[in-house]
Design a protein around this ligand. Sequence first.
Ligand code: SAH
Ligand code: SF4
Length: 363
Amino acid sequence: MNMQSIRNIILKSHYDREDLVHLLQLRDPEKAELLEHASGIRKKYAGDQIYFRGLIEFSNICRKNCLYCGIRSAHKGLKRYNLNDEEVLETARYALDCNYGSIVLQSGELESKHFTGRVNGLLNKIHQHTGGRLRITLSCGEQNRETCLRWFESGAHRYLLRIEASNPELYGRLHPGDQKHLYSRRLECLYDLKDIGYQTGTGVMIGLPFQTIADLADDLLFMKQYDVDMVGMGPYLEHENTPFYHLRNLLPGHFERFQLTLKMIALLRIMMKDINIAATTATQTIDPSGRELAVDAGANVIMPNITPVKYRQYYSLYNGKPFINETFPDLEQSSDFPGIKLNNQIAYGEWGDSIHYLKKQGS
Ligand code: SAH
Ligand code: SF4
């Protein structure tokens, strides 16, 4: 196909599955053109600001056993931790002091009354201690509708629950085949969250074992059809204490997964112009400027890890997770993210709600 006909596909107003499969395989210079087009769309429809959320990984205790994840419950050698309430509150206050307008509370998945009650208490305390100035996103796995509702009423405004792989068959191969790991349950939870009124985020891993380019095209169509408000997606990275580690030589290399991630971000931005898309930590594990490059491909959210340093090594989803020893960056003062600061406006202290969501709410 010549350059002109590729350009015609990139500029289409609607992509079908065949277009996406084609575009996901672009190489430079056409790939660069795709990314540039997406970046222009981001600035036009999602604004020229980049939003920051402080990520607090408050516990690595998990009841599940996803075959790709380094903190799965069968990883017995891993030290398990749980920040106490005071540590979470301190970190939330610190986020505010550092000019973050928003935080993400992330953890392994537990369903016990103790856990769900504790998260509820944390939401209330954080809002009290910060005068309601922080937007809070939760990412604590699948929960029943009642719990999701309770957390929403206590001031969780957004929820991140990646579908991981929208193809149910592939999802089945990524998880143990038991009642704890049902695709149908994950989907149901995603629809409950939306129905309750959350700004809802989902996403997938890119470059997974058994995953095809057509699966990734379908993932993009899934996110469009679900009408997602925010997305976090990044490369799958192996962890040595997982069942998938032995498949590592069958996978595309890290560079290839990274390039695919940039194309996924760009395509989604073109398909869903006003949603929030995160430049994830996993992109940075592969390339030190991964997050900057993801922003240049259409992402508009960055989530620096602000978990107290001594716990970071234990939230080991995959090998080589960066910033294990980094201290908190004060957003305005720090010299981090030079590329992003040079080419974009940083939304210090702002909530940065998804424009897509706000439009649906009619505000
Ligand atoms: N327990 C919650 C949230 C924490 S895990 C949940 O699973 O929803 C957060 C995300 O980390 C997951 O959604 C998954 O997409 C990602 N993740 C886990 N293991 C990974 C790996 N090996 N490589 C890349 N991302 C991974
Ligand atoms: Fe637990 Fe989430 Fe890891 Fe699955 S991906 S094992 S639910 S922390």
